[in-house]
Design a protein around this ligand. Structure first.
Ligand code: NAD
Length: 365
């Protein structure tokens, strides 16, 4: 598997380290960045034989099977489009695009038997998440009734000094799009299709163009309801997911990645034996993270199959993000069917007006 990287900043280093640690045979054949010095240093550090400031040249000269897109979100679409047009599959960092319209455009550029577009949502890939999905589908936990999905993180003002952060046109949104999307993706990976969202957003304390917190109530087709909070204002940081099933509560508490010990299960009275037996017999041993997802992506591609997380799956999560903004903007519940072509929130996460989130102090950033 010949792999190229586009964008050689912070997360690209995590990608390179994870790729070089895989059991599957992979070769890093080329790297691209608009910053010539950065890409040269990056290639030297990871032993990558060729580096470029132009993606077309990298594709033509190194002929990769797969390209990892690690640029800021505003550049995802163009890089992914170029690679797909050259017949090369793409694994793009979250959020995959700035909008649902852009994501549909990339999905349409896929071929039936490849090239494919996959999105990095690494928290689906720890054994804890896979074990929970298996238990849910086995029926041992009973029906899902209630969920809590909190991304309460802390980012100081200086974090937003990076020019692409905190702006609709380059980051696509605030903590809903950029941070909580990880937990919301895992929420939907477990609970499936969502049917309605009621939300509010605020710009409470940071000088940004987007929100710095959002809160939402989400209904799911299976009858479950979830409370979602996304914040970059929370000094005690946590990523917290809680699922209350008929026969057990399952909780995950971590920050940027989890292992088996970060999960906790509490059976309902009378169900201790079957629930705990099933939990202990489930899959263990794999932390969430880029390495776990890359391994699954490489295995799928080598088998000639579409790699996880498919464009369709990431679209469900991106629609949930768009619904939070659309509901907060319109002040009413939003359903997925309202977010198709023709909706302002299909075209861009900010909808019809990039300045609709007002600052409580009255200041504009
Ligand atoms: N999955 C995760 O846990 C996780 C964590 C952090 C960041 N991310 C995502 O990774 C992406 C990159 O974030 P980062 O923190 O590494 O950013 P960064 O600013 O550190 O790095 C981005 C790099 O891309 C380069 N670049 C910009 N435009 C380019 C273009 N058109 N072509 C080639 N290179 C280009 C920049 O010069 C820079 O070197 C974002 O989408 C972010 O949301 C994901």
């Amino acid at each position: 598997m010949r792999i190229g990287l586009v964008g050689t900043g912070n997360i690209a280093r995590v990608h390179a380290e994870a790729l070089l640690s895989l059991d599957e045979p992979v070769e890093l054949v080329g790297a691209v960045d608009v910053d010539a010095e950065r890409v040269r240093d990056f290639a030297g550090r990871f032993g990558i034989p060729a580096h470029y400031t132009d993606l077309d040249r990298m594709l033509a000269q190194t002929r990769p099977d797969l390209v990892h897109v690690c640029t800021p979100p505003g550049a995802h679409r163009a890089s992914a489009r170029t690679a797909l047009a050259a017949g090369v599959s793409v694994l793009v960092e979250k959020p995959p695009t700035l909008s649902l319209a852009e994501l549909d455009e990339l999905a349409a550029a896929q071929g039936e038997s490849g090239p494919w577009l996959a999105t990095v949502f690494q928290h689906r890939f720890g054994s804890g998440a896979r074990r929970l999905r298996a238990l849910l589908h086995s029926g041992v936990l009973g029906r899902p009734l209630l969920a809590v999905c909190h991304t309460t993180w802390f980012r100081e003002q200086s974090y937003f000094d990076v020019p692409w952060r905190g702006r609709w046109e380059t980051e696509g949104g605030g903590p809903t799009m950029g941070h909580g999307i990880h937990q919301m993706d895992l929420l939907t990976a477990i609970l499936g299709e969502w049917t309605e969202v009621s939300a509010l957003v605020r710009r409470q304390a940071r000088r940004v163009r987007t929100e710095d917190l959002s809160m939402a109530h989400v209904s799911f087709a299976n009858g479950a309801v979830a409370s979602v909070v996304n914040s970059v204002l929370s000094p005690r940081e946590e990523s917290y997911l809680r699922f209350d099933f008929e026969r057990a509560t399952v909780e995950l508490t971590h920050l940027y990645g989890y292992g088996d010990d970060d999960w906790r299960i509490t059976p309902a009275p009378g169900f201790e034996q079957p629930v705990l037996d099933a939990w202990k017999a489930g899959e263990t041993g794999h932390n969430s993270g880029h390495r776990a997802q890359f391994s699954a992506v490489v295995r799928a591609l080598r088998a000639g199959a579409a790699p996880p997380v498919t464009a369709g799956e990431s679209a469900r999560t991106m629609r949930l993000v768009a619904a939070v903004y659309a509901s907060a903007r319109t002040g009413r519940p939003v359903r997925p069917a309202e977010l198709g072509p023709g909706s302002a929130f299909y075209e861009r996460m900010s909808g019809d007006d990039p300045d609709w989130i007002t600052d409580p102090t009255g200041d504009r950033p």
